[in-house]
Design a protein around this ligand. Sequence first.
Ligand code: UDX
Length: 444
Amino acid sequence: MKISVVGTGYVGLVSGTCFSQTGIDVVCVDVDERKINMLNNGQIPIYEPGLEDIFKYNVEKGRLSFTTNLKDSLADSEAVFIAVGTPPDEDGSADLKYVLGVAREIGRHMNHYMVIVTKSTVPVGTSMKVKAAILDELAKRGENIPFDVASNPEFLKEGSAVDDFLKPDRIVVGIESPEAEKTMRKLYKAFLLNGHPILFMDISSSEMTKYAANSMLATKISFMNDIANLCELVGADVSQVRKGIGSDARIGNKFIYPGTGYGGSCFPKDVQALVRTADDYGHSLDILKAVEAVNYRQKEVLIKKIKSHFGVNLEGLKFGMWGLAFKPKTDDMREAPSLVIIEKLLQEGASIVAFDPVAQEEAHRILGDSIVYAKDEYDACIDVDALIIVTEWPEFRMPNFRVIEKLLKSKTIFDGRNIYEPEEMQEIKFNYYSIGRKSVVISK
Ligand code: UDX
């Protein structure tokens, strides 16, 4: 079996590589020549645990290849996956120009039956637009080649994308014909050995499923963040509350960790896009509007705590920062809370020395030299007024506090991820501020 995957971003590259791991021939296509050259030279443009090994293995086996030539890639392909970007345009809706551009190109060049699968996260109705674009190009050519469109949203998480793809909780596929179902079932057969289901449904429901899933998860996070804020005011401990509610199977214990707000390439964009779609249909999704507002506020919650400790004037203060990426195990900085915190601190005249195990290069690309980049976590503590923890990398969980206390100017930690216990900080006499739990204030 052979397929083409158009777009070698996160989703396209991971999907293409993982499909090839099952023995399918995969041609990955991208218009970015630099990226294709890199991939052809064995370099992977993203950091994703486990990807490099299977990438190399399948390239060597000759099952995984990269090209800028979409037309050639279509030869003998049974399916083409569209996995190009859908950046938000000015009003928050997903911009479909890349998706529909690819659809048109497929229409210009296809010469046999194929299933054209939309994998990018796209608003309800997009697959029908893909279909219309292909039909339009075929009509221009005077051709009547049969094809099907399908929707197959991707639920992989950055940092565990390969695992998520190889062992999915479920696969959702929107289809219109038994032929398309047959092709998609064949493609995914190897991933379903763990007993998890492939759910076939109509195309609109499939497109909606992706937005509803991400919006529900974002809602859980904003809900917990706001409950955490209230816990502080009433003297409750959100970690206890989290365990208390999470052991109710109807609520579940995942995705209820408070923090500095959700970031990344999906939640902020998808929540915004769904709000926009609903508005277009004259329906106000008030819950999601609140989810967004709470998330926006949450990214500044550490600044409030910093000011409550140091006073409103932060001019001349220097902060160490652990973690820049929007979450651990990725170098992705998109919508990262660290960016908001850094911007605010710099505006207030403070300076920052930051350390992230993998995102420093990416951070430098975005922030330039507006902050200092430390060589390790201890280096980021030297002579700083306080340490701020923004991303919960595992290597930050058990640091040597004896070393840290000698490096810091004042023994003060602002922990945006609740990775330490207030009691242990009390014992070692650190000022310690976290999210939704009581603060430990030894001295100001
Ligand atoms: C998410 C979805 O999980 C995935 O299914 C979808 O395909 C793409 O979007 P991803 O953006 O990689 O994946 O990150 P995820 O691990 O879901 O975390 C998203 C954000 O939520 C992060 O900023 C994370 O720090 C935050 N988060 C997550 C919390 O603040 N608390 C939690 O309990 C869980």
